[in-house]
Design a protein. Structure first.
Length: 240
């Protein structure tokens, strides 16, 4: 397949390496205008563009690896051109107006927006529970202090002087979590979309010193029963 990627950060580089190792072609790379000239030289076999209008017509699929602002800036134009798009920036969908724009663009271009679920599982369980009367959903995200650098957690806790107990620095609904933590709460958004929605999904974001491994869990209660699905990742350090 001919693939186009938005962004070349940590996620973008990983996705690019995995695609190439599986025999796909990195046909195009979308970069911010200020990065186009300097970074474009690194990808001599790939078309580097700053505008969706400049993408070649033979792209089979686009992948957004650049965050919420990139989905807002490029997503509607990509879908309107008829390219299917996969995004990891699910938290951006907490913006109802952006959702409307993406939906209309996908309809206009007869394209599809695919949501990458990220570091969580059992979303099918949540979707099934909606049929059986889903009553509550709680997502808990736990990461080491360095993963919260640059987020509102810095104004709520001293990240450099924490002990070995878990500290909760956010507790609220998924919409607020996705809005306040655009780089940290995409998994919470995926859980919200699979279950009760952004406003009725509870979110807790925690810092945990003793266990350096990032972890997530989604717990739900419905008329048919209860479920909890935890994941502890092997990777100890992540950018976010």
């Amino acid at each position: 397949m001919n693939i186009g990627i938005i962004g070349q950060g940590a996620i973008g580089r990983y996705v690019r390496e995995q695609l190439l190792s599986r025999g796909h072609v990195l046909r195009a790379l979308v970069l911010r205008p200020e990065r186009l000239q300097s970074n474009g030289m690194e990808h001599k076999d790939t078309i580097c563009v700053a505008s969706i209008a400049d993408l070649p017509d033979d792209i089979d699929h686009m992948i957004d690896c650049a965050g919420h602002s990139a989905l807002r800036s490029y997503g509607p134009d990509i879908l309107r051109r008829g390219f299917d798009l996969t995004t990891v920036s699910i938290g951006a969908l907490a913006d109802a107006e952006l959702c409307r724009m993406l939906d209309q663009a996908a309809s206009d271009g007869r394209a599809k927006l695919h949501l990458a679920s990220g570091a969580i599982g059992a979303l099918d369980c949540l979707r099934a529970a909606r049929v059986g009367g889903l009553e509550s959903v709680t997502y808990v995200g736990r990461k080491p202090p360095e993963s919260w650098k640059g987020s509102p957690a810095e104004t709520r806790l001293d990240l450099d002087a924490l002990g070995n107990v878990a500290e909760i620095h956010f507790e609220g609904c998924a919409r607020d979590a996705a809005t306040e933590y655009p780089k940290n709460a995409n998994v919470a958004a995926a859980v919200a979309l699979a279950g009760l929605g952004f406003d009725d999904t509870k979110v807790k974001l925690r810092i945990f010193m003793k266990s350096r491994r990032p972890a997530t869990s989604a717990a739900s209660r419905s008329k048919s029963g209860e479920s909890r699905f935890p994941i502890t990742r092997a990777v100890r350090r992540l950018p976010r």
